[in-house]
Design a protein around this ligand. Structure first.
Ligand code: GDP
Ligand code: IMO
Ligand code: MG
Length: 448
């Protein structure tokens, strides 16, 4: 293995295909680390005829030799994690000793889920469209310094500590939201059941990653969500409650920035978002419906239909800058097969007639932005499953060149289907050569 560490992050509004890319590259890494978000994420891995939907467990789990870490900056729903471990075991994945949960990660309790739903219920048409997993309320408790952290899963005082916090949550549900309180006997039973299973997984993440590096082993960081959902740099307030930027991995793992690697930003060949918020290149016509159906754009976590639109180069260039993306993994090119014309948003027109080409800070302004679209020729020969550059239809190759020029970055990974093998590593850069070497070392997992 050549590379010390590598970062895979979402370059749009989430669901770009990070799970596929992480799985593809995992064989070359000893450790795969989730460092932000919680089970709002849904990362799909397709292996042969199997489909895994991962929410908390890093997408490297399908590879036997990989240890999977959940770092301190995550919010972790204990029963959600246990359910995911059970599903993996039922699928024949050997997970024993391969999942390590930071004792500093914040716990999501059943009352956080109730608070998430209750708050959304008060927002009417301004609702964020959260995943309902309790993400915001748990991060709120973390910042408010009253949250429970994962080390309590091994604490004899777990019951008393969880009860005290959940009683406060129940008072808030009733007083602030006029909502029904959560049955705390059920909630405690759920928590205690999960705690017994998770206590053995507790372990410090930073020291473990330093040990991997000292042994010459490589670490892969798996971002969740995407830059445009980042708490500070996304379309606030229509964002998630944690950072989706690669720099957060250092803070979350407690390792300092020097252990972070180059950043691959995963982007779809078009754009999607789930939930509310500005989406200037959204298509509310039959082309949008076509992208949704061909791209199977339904949420991995909630099953909600995803909003679809043209590739937004304004948002993507912004993401490249704020996240320091070094190279792009472009996914789902095949979904554009058969379209006569393809468009890309290259600027926004504002109601006062001005044109801008950077993403505005004010979501209300972004909401009013009309996309300025550049037209490109579509292609009729399929790109689906193509794994050789020379087999791409000329118009598809021209589309890739256009995106590379617009973003000022190489598309180093091209994905033409959901499966691992439907992938092309492009060019002859040092990074491309390393990625090829990583994939060449891949062996089918013994258990599958
Ligand atoms: P993530 O959250 O970034 O990991 O992405 P999701 O798993 O939520 O959504 C991506 C979806 O697209 C999954 O269903 C993948 O199996 C699928 N997918 C990934 N790459 C490709 C591709 O190149 N072509 C097609 N057709 N589907 C893809
Ligand atoms: P992955 O990792 C797409 C969106 C929700 C909502 C907003 C806030 O699979 O790309 P939250 O539950 O986090 O408070 O919801 O963020 N969202 C995602 N959208 N992919 C995700 O993760 C997402 N995680 C959160 O739809 O709009
Ligand atoms: Mg997803």
């Amino acid at each position: 293995m050549a590379r010390d560490s590598l970062m895979i992050i979402g370059g749009q509004w989430g669901d770009e295909g990070k799970g596929k890319v992480v799985d593809l590259l995992s064989a070359g890494f000893a450790a795969v680390v989730r460092y932000n978000g919680g089970n709002n994420a849904g990362h799909t891995v397709r292996y042969a005829d199997r489909r895994f939907a991962l929410h908390l467990v890093p997408s490297g789990i399908i590879h036997d030799g990989v240890t999977c870490y959940l770092a301190s900056g995550m919010v972790v729903d204990p029963s959600g994690l246990v359910a995911e471990m059970d599903t993996l075991m039922a699928e024949g994945v050997a997970i024993d000793g391969r999942i390590v949960l930071s004792p500093r990660a914040t716990l999501i309790l059943p009352t956080h889920r109730a608070l998430d739903g209750a708050r959304e219920g008060t927002l009417g048409s301004g609702k964020i469209g959260t995943t309902g997993r309790g993400i915001g309320p748990a991060y709120q408790d973390r910042a408010q310094r009253r949250g429970l952290r994962a080390h309590v899963l091994a604490d004899p005082q777990l019951r008393a500590r969880a009860l005290a916090l959940m009683q406060q949550h129940n008072r808030e549900l009733e007083l602030l939201f006029d909502a029904a309180p959560v049955d705390l006997d059920d909630a405690l039973a759920e928590l205690e059941g999960a705690a017994a299973r998770l206590a053995p997984t507790l372990g410090e993440v930073g020291p473990a990653l330093r040990r991997h590096r000292a042994a010459g082993e490589a670490v892969l960081f798996e971002g969740a969500q995407g830059v445009m959902l980042d708490l500070a740099w996304g379309t606030y307030p229509y964002v998630t409650s944690s950072s989706s930027l690669p720099g957060f991995a250092a803070a979350s793992c407690g390792i300092g920035p020097k252990l972070l690697g180059p950043v691959i930003g995963v982007m779809k060949a078009y754009a999607t978002r789930v939930g509310g918020g500005p989406f200037p290149s959204e298509l509310e016509d039959e082309v949008g419906v076509r992208l949704r159906e061909r791209g199977a754009e339904y949420g991995t976590t909630t099953g909600r239909p995803r909003r679809c639109g043209w590739f937004d180069a304004v948002a993507a260039r912004f993401a490249v800058e704020v996240a320091g993306i070094d190279a792009v993994a472009l996914t789902k090119l095949d979904v554009l097969d058969g379209l006569e014309t393809i468009r890309v948003a290259t600027a926004y027109r504002l109601p006062d007639g001005t044109t801008i080409d950077t993403f505005p800070a004010d979501a209300e302004l972004a909401e009013q932005a009309e996309p300025v679209l550049t037209e490109l020729e579509g292609w009729s020969a399929p790109t689906a499953g193509v794994v050789r550059e020379a087999e791409l239809p000329p118009a598809a190759a021209a589309y890739l060149r256009f995106l590379e020029e617009t973003l000022g970055l190489p598309i180093v990974i091209l994905s033409t289907g959901p499966r691992r093998e439907e992938t092309l590593i492009r060019g002859d850069s040092a990074l491309a050569r390393e990625l090829r070497a990583l994939i060449a070392g891949d062996a089918p997992p013994a258990a599958l």
